[in-house]
Design a protein around this ligand. Structure first.
Ligand code: ATP
Ligand code: MG
Length: 353
């Protein structure tokens, strides 16, 4: 089976396949219709056409209707769907958006290679409550995805096998295992002790402590979710610009400027968003550090390493590194969960598990 790791975040979907292909797109779903489609098909567009899709053949899983439905996803939804919204509320297993996002991720990376072995995760706070339902829904997953990009065309995305973890655990496995599922860091695997993982995302911060002794064990009491994410920094900058300009400013545009040119033009005025974000980031990092110190308490002092992953880790790293002398910024941190899910899926198959 072709193996794919997919991290369905509140902000962005991250996906990586065993052949090294990747996808990153906003977790946004909106209604799609034939009128918009007709116009779009007639246009030549850049490579981001990859994310311009229509998803059909919704099954009963994820609360989708049995009738065909059309959805725009990712950047297309942001631009073209009047009702585009961030895809998730608290329930992944029953959410129709899960299906649309997954269909696109699998369609892009697994193409028509038949049912995929999907490595994926649930937010830590919902893991125990939803894992069985989510797994069942995923195991029956099948959808038809039509991409606007002619080189991709119409594809069938389906799941043959599921490997499921709490999201932040993916980042841990990305450090432990390489892409072929072999242990890349024997010291981490054998050395014993506690390892902390902090996954800083768009809407949440997941933290996890793993006991690396005889096998691996997650320490429940030292693991949890903090309701804070990078979107708070974006909102702070957005508010500053709105106050200064007296205009409504789009959060997506602010986020894009923060991770692109560092400046945003609003009605002719230039706003240096990177500088505007500085204070918000410092405050954010302090809030996260305070929370971790509170929740981890004495255990923090006993940790061998503390990994910081997720799309928001790099932005806050200069402040967060002070929390522990063995703190490490996970390289390619936004993809860490997806890479870890993939590595475990590959490892399980190789060992015949
Ligand atoms: N190239 C990039 N594209 C998009 N976001 C980026 C990029 N580089 C850094 N980021 C930051 O990463 C953040 C999203 O991080 P991430 O993808 O880990 O969140 P998520 O997993 O969707 O959210 P959550 O974990 O709360 O569900 C963005 O809000 C942005 O601040
Ligand atoms: Mg995440």
């Amino acid at each position: 089976m072709f193996r794919v790791g997919v991290d369905l975040g509140y902000g962005f979907v991250k996906a990586v396949s065993e052949s090294g292909e990747r996808a990153l797109f906003p977790s946004v779903v909106g209604s799609g219709g034939p009128r918009a489609l007709a116009g779009l098909f007639g246009e030549k567009r850049a490579s981001e056409d990859r994310y311009h899709v229509v998803v059909r053949a919704f099954g009963a899983a994820f609360g989708g209707s049995p009738a065909p439905e059309e959805r725009f996803v990712g950047d297309l939804a942001l631009r073209e769907s009047p009702d585009a919204s961030r895809a998730f509320d608290s329930d992944r297993a029953d959410h129709p958006s899960t299906l649309a996002l997954l269909a696109v991720a699998l369609g892009l990376l697994a193409g028509d290679r038949g049912p995929a072995h999907l490595g994926t995760g649930l937010p830590l706070q919902y893991y125990s409550g939803q894992k069985e339902r989510f797994r069942r829904a995923l195991e029956g997953f099948s959808a038809e995805v039509e991409f606007l990009s002619p080189s991709l065309g119409k594809r069938r995305a389906s799941v043959g096998r599921v490997t499921l973890f709490p999201q932040a655990a993916g980042a841990f496995f990305a450090q432990l295992l390489d892409e072929s599922g072999r242990v890349r860091d024997p010291d981490l695997a054998r050395g014993g002790g506690l390892v902390g993982v902090v996954d800083i995302g768009y809407k949440t911060v997941d933290f996890l402590a793993v006991d690396v002794g005889d096998g691996l064990a997650v320490r429940d009491r030292l693991s949890g979710t903090l309701d804070w994410g990078t979107s708070a920094v974006t909102r702070a900058v957005q508010r500053q610009i709105e106050a200064a300009s007296g205009r409504v400013v789009d959060a997506v545009a602010v986020d894009a400027a923060l991770h692109g040119p560092g400046v945003l033009y609003v009605w002719g005025a230039e706003y240096r968003v990177s500088e505007m974000a500085r204070d918000a980031r410092r405050e954010a990092a302090r809030a996260i550090a305070d929370h971790l110190e509170l929740r981890w308490g004495d255990a923090l002092g006993l940790m061998r390493r503390v990994y910081f992953a997720g799309g928001g880790a790099a932005d806050l790293w200069e402040h967060l590194r002070r929390i522990h002398p063995a703190a490490q910024l996970v390289p390619d941190g936004q993809f860490a969960n997806a890479r870890g899910f993939l590595a475990v899926a590959v490892r399980r198959e190789r060992r015949g598990a």
